[in-house]
Design a protein around this ligand. Structure first.
Ligand SMILES: *Cc1c(COP(=O)(O)O)cnc(C)c1O
Length: 368
């Protein structure tokens, strides 16, 4: 049974630990040095090692994930940390062929040359061939941009039985939509650049795991590689997390309504949204997710139609990335994703849904 984080309690985490006179809002500690006479005694030592603003953000994230968390300067920073902390020369890893493409680049360009053997499978056929001999199995569910899902509990069980560990990229749903660790996954990685930050003004990421040894390695990787978040970005993420619940709730509710209406629009030749009962991901989403998310994809007749729809809609930012308060969309084929030229990924934002539907509908109706 999926559990959901107590977001009211999380909002008051800091407040309930305050002493008289301390600021209610999180102070930003922008310092590389800390006053440190004598033995360090567990105090902050140096800005590459620790920072009180990071610690507070990690405290909030730990409650969202129900697991210890470490923050990184981007989602790729978090993914790199999780992979470099778990693989060594001779390791075999399995990654999705249809997931976030930079993860594949990282594996091909940097892990393979160090003697890591990298194999790829599509998300919908991921379990075919089994997991024997894999040290690390990396999954992304729902996948970006295809929104295909994988049975997380099943893959976690099968990989563990075969002696490997699992990493899940949970960026697209956030811990409010799905908690892979509760389903048996060993490590969660996420880009907090997207809905977690939510205002399109920062890049951040995090790694979460209930395995203390893994988290020790991940912390060591951050300290030694120097892939550390800026205190200001951490502070911005903290601020974003305070409204995550209300933003995510509206974005997912709006996405459901818009998906139902877009499915009936004659200009839309195909639609993917896990919340539609006809969607191939629907059953898995019902089983393992608490929300269906704010991402949907539609396919229009041509590249021109897709560009026209996106660029002529006043309530859509034509931009890559997703999860912000402003709805945004892009044609994924422009980056070489293996999708139709008219395939559009749409990230539903926080605009009132009727206003948003009106704008989307007008833009579709205006297509030649
Ligand atoms: C954006 C994204 C990433 C990379 O995150 P950055 O913050 O851009 O480094 C990784 N995985 C998924 C699924 C993403 O959407």
């Amino acid at each position: 049974m999926a559990r959901t984080p107590k977001t009211g309690e999380i909002l008051h985490l800091r407040g309930n630990a305050l002493s008289k006179g301390e600021p209610v809002a999180l102070p930003l500690t922008q310092s590389s040095m800390f006053h440190l006479p004598g033995a360090p005694d567990g105090h902050p030592t140096y800005g590459r090692v620790d920072n009180p603003t990071w610690t507070q953000v990690e405290h909030v994230l730990a409650h969202l994930e129900d697991a210890p968390c470490l923050i990184f300067p981007s989602g790729m920073g978090a993914i790199s940390a999780a992979l470099f902390a778990t693989v060594r020369a001779g390791s075999r890893i399995l990654i999705p062929s249809d997931g976030y493409y930079v993860t594949r680049l990282l594996a091909d360009r940097f892990l393979a040359p160090l003697g890591v053997s990298v194999e790829e499978r599509p998300t919908t056929a991921f379990a075919q061939g089994g997991f024997d001999g894999f040290d690390v199995v990396f999954v992304e569910s729902p996948s970006n941009p295809g929104l295909d899902m994988i049975d997380l509990a099943q893959v976690a069980r099968d990989v563990r039985a075969a002696g490997g560990i699992t990493i899940a990229d949970n960026t697209t749903l956030t811990p409010l939509g799905q908690r892979p660790l509760d389903l048996g996954i060993d490590i969660v990685v996420a880009s907090d650049t997207k809905a977690m930050g939510g205002h399109s003004d920062l890049l951040m990421g995090h790694v979460a795991s209930r395995d203390a040894q893994i988290m020790e390695r991940v912390e060591e990787w951050r300290r030694v590689s120097g892939a550390i978040p800026g205190p200001h970005e951490a502070w911005l993420l903290h601020r974003g997390l305070e409204t995550l619940d209300v933003r995510f709730d509206r974005m997912c509710s709006s996405a459901q309504l818009l998906a139902e209406r877009l499915a009936d629009h004659p200009a839309v030749t195909q639609i993917r949204y896990p919340g539609l009962p006809s969607d191939p991901s629907h059953d898995l989403a019902c089983k393992q997710s608490t929300r269906f998310g704010f991402l949907l994809t539609i396919t229009l007749a041509s590249e021109d139609q897709a560009e026209g729809f996106i660029n002529n809609c006043p309530l859509l930012r034509p931009a890559t990335s997703f999860g912000g308060v402003h709805s945004s969309a892009e044609r994924r084929a422009r980056w070489g994703d293996q999708v139709d030229p008219g395939f559009v990924r749409l990230s539903v934002g926080c605009e009132p849904v009727d206003e948003l539907w009106q704008a989307l509908n007008d833009s579709l109706n205006a297509l030649a």
